[in-house]
Design a binder for this molecule. Structure first.
Ligand SMILES: *Cc1c(COP(=O)(O)O)cnc(C)c1O
Length: 404
């Protein structure tokens, strides 16, 4: 066997072991736009309860039109990175608008939030510094911290006493700067970080505080600015967190793109040193134009935000009444706890047959014995669709002995 054949045989065994362990991910092919209902390539129509389309903007006519108009005025692609010849007036406008929305000085755009997190820590912190991180932080935050030479400390999820232990330890170990970093909202639980308490602890121990607000920007908080607003850390329009990373790929239109927002000088240094910014292409004009339209829409009307939270409240109440075991909360991420992995898979599979698109999550995505079906509500869901979904859940739940 030559090297290529030998390697392919190795990869084939790896794939086989994923299949045997039940960890192989199948992709279902959608033939049309993202939305509260989707049509699969095989023709089936499903009520979609698993998109991050919180504000229902993924195929919103005004957003699509703005993307088309941006292509008319600013072209299709930039064929450059930002610092060579890839910065348009609209990139600067979007950075300014995001900063105003979040309550920061300045914002730097990336191709994805994954890149924002990948390029945040390494340029700013060295082996003299310490980063304190929640164990359930997103993969991109974990990878970003790995790329950086700072000493690493991890606290048990949402455990403020353990966070304080880490902050003390980092100080005792002589760190120059200490940064605590957390997801604003955790994607598997819909739980919201206790940023007010984190800020107080960070202040007490002289630490910086940063958040990845990918599941919050646009709809969490009284005016949708995110977890910092929800937790009272947006004071006189100014964010009381040092760094906010986020995505344009969820509530804010759902195409792609990410950002880091914070103090002017910090963003300036990131533009000089952040590798995913320096060595990857500028955000496409269509996405920039559409994102500006999304911010217009959100500043004009509280309606999409009100609708998604309303749908989440209604759905939680209806599912509890049906006898399902939900993780409590208010976020439009609603985990339906099944605990047993094969049962979670069976529930998702049966719902798909009944016309409801949901996904089961189990170890290693969530802890062992914590398998669940995760539902995500959207502003675009109509009450009738949600009623239909709950009826399907009831039927499938009864068949599997999950509810009476
Ligand atoms: C989805 C998500 C990301 C990745 O966002 P992209 O823009 O798609 O790369 C990063 N962090 C968190 C917390 C997320 O939920």
């Amino acid at each position: 066997m030559n090297a290529s054949d030998e390697f392919t045989a190795f990869v084939t065994r790896e794939l086989q072991s994923l299949r045997l362990a039940g960890l192989f991910k199948e992709e279902r092919v959608i033939a049309g736009p993202q939305g509260p209902r989707v049509r699969l390539a095989d023709g089936r129509e499903l009520i979609n309860l698993c998109a991050n389309n919180y504000l229902g903007l993924s195929a919103h006519p005004r957003v699509v039109r703005a993307a088309q108009q941006a292509m008319d005025t600013h072209g299709y692609g930039m064929s450059s990175v930002r610092f060579i010849c890839g910065t348009q007036d609209r990139h600067k406008a979007l950075e300014a608008r995001l900063s105003r929305f979040l309550g920061t000085d300045d914002t730097i755009l990336y191709a994805a939030a994954f890149d924002a997190n990948g390029g945040l820590f390494e340029p700013l912190f060295t082996e003299e510094d310490a980063i304190v991180s929640d164990t359930l932080n997103h993969a991109s935050v974990i990878d970003g911290i790995r790329l950086c030479r700072a000493r690493r400390y991890r606290y048990a999820h949402d455990d403020m006493a353990d966070l304080e232990r880490c902050l003390r330890q980092a100080r005792a170990d002589g760190a120059r700067f200490v940064l605590a970093f957390t997801d604003g909202v955790f994607s598997m639980d819909g739980s919201v970080a206790q940023l007010d308490r984190m800020r107080a602890l960070c202040d007490a121990h002289g630490a910086l505080l940063g958040i990845d607000d990918s599941h919050a920007t646009g709809f969490v908080g009284p005016t949708g600015r995110g977890t910092h607003e929800h937790r009272g850390l947006l004071v006189d329009g100014a964010a009381r967190v040092d760094f906010i990373t986020g995505t344009l790929g969820k509530a804010l239109g759902g195409a792609s793109g990410g950002f880091t927002s914070g103090r002017r000088e910090v963003i300036e240094l990131l533009r000089q040193r952040s590798r995913p910014y320096l060595f990857s292409n500028s955000l496409a004009p269509a996405i920039v134009g559409a994102s500006l339209a999304v911010l217009d829409l959100l500043e004009e009307s509280a309606e999409p935000r009100r609708r998604v939270m309303d749908n989440a409240r209604w759905f939680r109440a209806a599912m509890s009444e049906a006898g399902f075991d939900l993780k409590p909360g208010e976020h439009p991420i609603v985990p339906i706890m099944v605990y047993d992995a094969p049962k979670a898979q069976a529930l998702a599979a049966r719902l798909l047959e009944l016309g409801v698109y949901v996904v089961g999550f189990f170890y290693p995505v969530v802890p062992k014995g914590q398998a669940r079906v995760r539902v995500q509500l959207s502003a675009a869901h109509e009450r009738g669709q949600l009623e239909q979904a709950v009826a399907a859940f009831r039927q499938a739940g009864r068949e599997l002995g999950l509810v009476p």
